[in-house]
Each structure stands twice: as C-alpha cells, then as structure tokens.
Design a protein around this ligand. Structure first.
Ligand SMILES: Cc1ncc(COP(=O)(O)O)c(C=O)c1O
Length: 505
C-alpha cells in the first residue's frame, strides 16, 4: 500500500490540505477502512516506517493509530496494528449497493455454485480428459514455443493467429459444411467470450434475444450481461420450436440456439425447422447465433450440416469451441461471422480481444493440420459411443418405468425426462450429490418461466462404461424414492439432506 499516495489523494479530493497532519492521517485511514481500501486483517505499517514515508513525526502517526484503536477500527497485537472487522450499520449495508454503484445487472446475477463437482460422475460437458494425448500436445506446444519469433512475443493478432484461423476454416468447411474462409473466423477465449462479444455487438440494451427454454445458462448470462430482454422459446424433440405468437409478440433481434444437440435436452433441430428458422429470421431482420458446442460427436447416422452453410449468406453467426474436442482449460473458441460483418468484427476484436496465447494457437493449428485432431476425434467418438450405449442400457433397465430418454444420438450428454412431472428434479439432483453423482436437473435450465421439462441431464463422456451400471443403480434408488413420494403425497419430493446444488451449465 502506498500510504503517501493514499493520504495525498484523500487530502486533494476532500480539500483538506490545510488540516493538521494528525487529523488528516486519522480521517484518511478511517475512510480507507470504511470503504474497504484497507481490508480487515491488513497490517498497517509500523509507526516509525509510516512516519518516515509520510515525512511526519512518529508521534503524529502514533496518535492517529491510537484514535483509530479507541474507535474500534484497528486493534494492536505484539507485531503491530491490524485493521479490525468493521460491522456496517444496517443503513450502510442497505445503501452499500448504491454507494459502490453496482449495476442492476450485477445485483441480479444468478448465484452459480462452486465447481467442486466438475469431475464427478455425469457432470455435463466434461470430456474424457484422461484420454487426451498430453504427450503429443506438450511436444507441439514446445515446438510452437521454440518457433516463436521476437515479433510474436508482442501482442498477438486481435483476430487470432492466421495459421489457426485458416486451419479452423478448412476443418469447418470439410467437417461441418460451414461456408467460410479464414477472414470470417475470429478466435476467442471460448464460447462464453464469443457469446459476450456477439450479444454486445449485435444488439442494443433492451432488444429481445430468444433463448431456448430450457437452455444454456451461459447464453442467459451473456444476454443479461448485455442488458437484453430474454424470451424463452419452447423446445421439443425436434429442437427449438418458436410459435407464430413468438414471432408476432416477441420479435427477436438475436436467436440463440444449439441445433446440433440442444442444451440441455439433447434434441437435434430438424432440417425442416432449420430452413424455417433461417427464412423467418431473414424476414424479421434477426441474426441467429448457432452454438455448435459438441457437434463433432455424432453417434447414430450422419451429422446434419451446420445451419450457417444451409443457404447462401444465411444470417448466422457460428460459434465453436475446443473445450469439448480438446480440453476446457485451453480456453480457445471461435466465431464465424457473415462476410458482411468481418470488418466490424476486426475492429471490435482490435479494441477488446486479449491478444494472448499465441503459442497455444500455433500448437493448435499444427494439431489440426497434422491430422492429430481428426484422429483424436475419431478415438473419442468411439469411446463416447461405447459409454453412451452402456449408459442407455443401464437407464432403460433401472429407470425405464419412470422416465423417457432423449438426445443420446449426439454429443456428450443425454437427458432423462420424468413421466410424472410432479417429481421434483431439483431435489433428485441435490440428493444424488450425496452419492457424488453430479446430474443436473432439467428444470434448473429454465430460461424463462417453466419449460415443462422435468428430469435429469447426464454427461457420460468422462464415465467409464464399466461404472455405468453401479452409478445408475444408485441414481435409480433416488429417483424411485422421489417418484414414490410424488405419487403418495402428491407433493414435491424434498431431499433428506440439503447439499450445495448444481451449476446450470
Ligand atoms: C451449450 C454450450 N455451449 C458452449 C459450451 C462451451 O463453452 P466454452 O467454450 O466457454 O467452454 C458449453 C459447455 O458446457 C455448452 O454447454
């Protein structure tokens, strides 16, 4: 802490340059403790040191410290003077939001529980991390670091490394039918970053964004962060299902959708609906944000091409991520923008992108070009299909009487819909946590109002096939108890013990 700066800034901003120094120091430290600049537990400089730093007599500092102690702002121990915990008065507590100047958005942030359960069974969105070819990746990373020029130690290209943009464009054209060249590909810090960029760039505060209901919490957070009005759109087994009323009464500026594998339900947006959505978006002047987060894993039948490539100049921004195909902490994703938006995006990225992780981007480009990415995908596809099969078999055996399965044909998770909607899926998910089973309740993903989807979402990519039977048996015991309670008492089932709940992502 630079106390000289603290004191002079306080004196200047309050016009107290003429005050006696003892009073100035006392008032300044008191204000700093009250507003949290000096947090509880902070050790203040020794009086001799502070006196020297401020060019004051030591007694001046000692008197100021004593006064603060008598008011309860600091305490003293053998090692010196420590800032005490200052209890805010009720009035001050109530006014804190206003004093600190929190926005409405910050005050309305949904509380996301800690990530402790990320590695537990059925946690959604987690790839088989222990199958990632780490030795190979390390080699490519080292090669990238060795190849870096002095110039490349400077800030990276705001749009992303050209080698990686080109490699992604090649991959997307061949594997996903995306119509793009490298100039349309912008590297981001993952989908969350892409969503933030898109929602800020493509809509104004108050504009309406459609988000599937139930839907992805990350999209909801980005929309709220950008001050957009969220309209939840129904989802069925053919994916997002906007009604005529939706188009008429809640016309969107943006439409966020997960067509390859709806999050969380798992349905695949039918070709008929894809064409209809593109046509209607064109008419309404809306832009579609296509989140293609886990489309590389298609287990049954050929994958549908991305919406972005379905028609010429489709009003679609295509979002991809390496969190599922590589590993989440890589934090590299991308947005493919319509050709007409490339200049605007280039400007925006120049002003706001982090411009870092050049070595990782170069290594990733090599991973793609060398064919290792495709090889890894093939291996993971095989592994995930095996795990999906084992999970489906166990679920049908143990839960087939109380739930139907959805969304197992693609991706890394599927969903289980309870046939009795009175079963409290939030309570089931909380109770399953006691057994270290990290299923998500479908209704925890409601984006607006009640979606009507009651059940569980199960991520299977990181669960070995041989563990499925035992885990599903444990889960089934919890679900059957909840189903019995719902039938018997006609009231939602409450868990025996409260646990921390689950993240919505
Ligand atoms: C629907 C959806 N989109 C995107 C992502 C990936 O996001 P990110 O690239 O920020 O890791 C996830 C992760 O779980 C997801 O569920």
């Amino acid at each position: 802490m630079d106390f000289a700066l603290l004191v002079s800034a306080y004196a200047d901003s309050h016009g107290h340059n003429n005050w006696p120094r003892q009073r100035l120091l006392h008032e300044c430290l008191r204000a700093a403790i009250r507003n949290g600049t000096l947090a509880a537990g902070t050790r203040l400089a020794a009086s001799r040191v502070l006196a020297e730093e401020l060019g004051m007599a030591r007694n001046t500092v000692l008197y100021a410290y004593e006064q603060l102690a008598s008011e309860g702002f600091v305490s003293t121990d053998r090692r010196g003077t420590v800032v005490a915990t200052v209890m805010a008065s009720p009035a001050r507590r109530a006014a804190r939001g206003a004093v600190i100047g929190l926005s409405q958005r910050a005050r309305q942030l949904r509380v996301v529980p800690p990530d402790a359960a990320r590695m537990e069974a059925f946690a959604p969105g987690v790839p088989a991390l222990d199958h990632f070819p780490m030795t190979l990746w390390r080699r490519m990373l080292e090669r990238a670091l060795r190849s870096m020029t002095v110039t490349q130690l400077n800030y990276g290209d705001p749009a992303g490394q050209p080698e990686l943009r080109a490699a992604i464009a090649d991959h997307l054209r061949a594997a996903r039918g995306v119509a793009c060249d490298a100039s349309q590909v912008f590297i981001t810090d993952g989908t969350q970053n892409s969503l933030d960029v898109c929602m800020h760039a493509l809509a104004d505060a108050g504009d309406t964004v459609w988000i599937e209901n139930p839907g992805y919490g990350g999209a909801l957070a980005a929309a709220r962060g950008a001050g957009l009005a969220v309209a939840g759109i129904d989802v069925d087994d053919e994916g997002m299902a906007p009604s005529e009323d939706d188009w008429l009464l809640r016309p969107p500026r943006l439409i966020y959708t997960t067509p390859s594998h709806q999050y969380p339900v798992g349905s695949v947006l039918s070709l008929r609906r894809r064409h209809a959505l593109i046509a209607a978006a064109r008419t309404a002047g809306a832009l579609i944000i296509e989140d293609d987060y886990d489309s590389e894993f298609r287990h049954d039948g050929a994958p549908l091409h991305a919406m972005q490539g379905l028609s010429d100049d489709a009003p679609v921004l295509y979002l991809g991520t390496f969190s599922k195909t590589m590993f989440p902490s890589l934090r590299i994703g991308f947005v493919v923008v319509p050709a007409a938006l490339t200049d605007t995006f280039a400007q925006m990225r120049a002003q706001s992108s982090a411009r870092g992780r050049v070595a990782e981007q170069l290594a990733l480009a090599e991973f793609l070009y060398s064919g290792q990415f495709a090889l890894h995908l093939r291996r993971m596809r095989r592994l995930y299909r095996q795990r999906r099969d084992a999970l489906v078999a166990a679920l049908e055996r143990h839960l087939g009487s109380v739930a139907t399965l959805h969304g197992g044909s693609a991706g890394m998770h599927l969903s289980l819909r309870f046939t009795d909607a009175r079963i409290n899926d939030l309570a089931v998910a909380a109770q399953a946590q006691v057994h270290r089973i990290a299923v998500n309740a479908l209704s925890a993903h409601d984006t607006q109002g009640v979606s009507g989807w009651k059940g569980l979402m199960l991520g299977y990519a990181q669960v070995p096939a041989e563990q499925m039977e035992g885990l599903v048996k444990q889960l089934a015991a919890v679900v059957h108890l909840a189903a019995y309670a719902a039938k018997q008492f006609k009231t939602p089932y409450q868990p025996a013990r409260r646990t921390s709940g689950r993240s919505r992502r």
